[in-house]
Design a protein. Structure first.
Length: 316
């Protein structure tokens, strides 16, 4: 199976290798020559030090690979487009690994690690970077800074975070606030932050048995209609969809047809977690239980805000 285009490169403060951060990477041919190719994108990783936990700290691309002139067994990879993160990203925010860890020696034995595209971009976003297309080339740019998950204080909101909708004028099918899609890059960042904050909250409030069953489906790019799941003490599954905002409250929130289908299918096992002020260090969470039943009972209302338009197949 062909390797993907995304890597984690380990660079520690003390090393026998002749690395230069953002300039070149020194590695043994026998282990990593087949794992690195020109054009690959990577994220730097640093292991534990006396003063800090393991973390990701920068982005770059491999521009060329060539033999070490002073060694018959080693190679160099030249690096371009290096950008250091605004803040280092903890390797395990909210108690959840950002990489897919399948073996106990995942972090100790591999200095060049393959990572999925979805996880790669999650780390970039947490590091305050995003990749955008410009003249058919991906260019790293700085985007909205977010506080480290470890520094955020999370509490249950004392009152509802969702404002009551105003009565509509007859004939008005869509409230204007429902159309406020905003900046897509910021929305993605805020959504990711909200998910990690909910994971942190759940790990601190669930029992150890329940917490061991937590899964963050969104980071796996799974499209099941919910972001997170776990199994409760009764052995019953719980499905959670996270909605996040940088504002103190929600005028409304959007759910997709996929999410609504999942809500109807799973009933009271399906919960929506609203997270406010995700760009701050103090956030509130509100839980909405069984949104499908609440919609059916008229306690919540839904409005169509978008349609998917495709070109039809010509008829004969």
């Amino acid at each position: 199976m062909a390797l993907n285009n995304y890597r984690i490169l380990v660079e520690n403060e003390e090393s026998a290798w002749n690395d230069e951060t953002g300039i070149r990477y020194h590695f043994p041919k026998s282990r990593y020559f087949n794992r690195l190719k020109a054009g690959m994108k990577f994220i730097y990783y640093k292991g534990r030090t006396k003063s800090s936990a393991p973390s990701y700290f920068g982005y770059g691309e491999i521009s060329s690979i060539y033999p070490d002139p002073n060694s018959a067994t080693d190679y160099y990879a030249d690096i371009s487009k290096y950008i250091q993160f605004n803040e280092s990203v903890d390797f395990k925010p909210g108690g959840e690994y950002l990489e897919e860890v399948r073996t106990s020696n995942h972090f100790r034995q591999n200095s060049v690690r393959e990572i999925s595209e979805a996880r790669f971009y999650k780390i970039l976003e947490l590091g305050g970077l995003n990749l955008v297309k410009s003249s058919n080339e991906e260019v790293p740019i700085a985007v909205t800074e977010l506080p480290p998950i470890s520094e955020v204080n999370i509490t249950l909101a004392p009152a509802s975070l969702l404002k009551t909708a105003k009565a509509k004028v007859k004939g008005d099918q869509i409230g204007s606030s429902s159309l406020a899609y905003g900046n897509p890059k910021k929305a993605l960042l805020h959504g990711n932050q909200g998910e990690y904050l909910v994971m942190k909250y759940l790990r601190s409030t669930l029992t150890e048995v329940e917490a061991d069953t937590l899964r963050h489906h969104a980071i796996e790019n799974e499209k099941d209609g919910y972001d997170i799941s776990y199994t409760d003490l009764n052995g019953d599954p719980v499905y959670i969809e996270v909605k996040a905002t940088s504002a103190p409250s929600f005028p409304s929130f959007i759910i997709t047809i996929n999410e609504l289908t999942a809500a109807i299918k799973h009933g009271k096992a399906y919960k929506i977690y609203l997270v406010n002020k995700v760009t701050s260090k103090d956030v509130g969470i509100e839980r909405i239980e069984d949104i499908a039943r609440l919609l059916e009972a008229g306690e919540f209302v839904k409005n169509v805000v978008a349609f998917k338009i495709e070109k039809s197949t010509p008829s004969n």
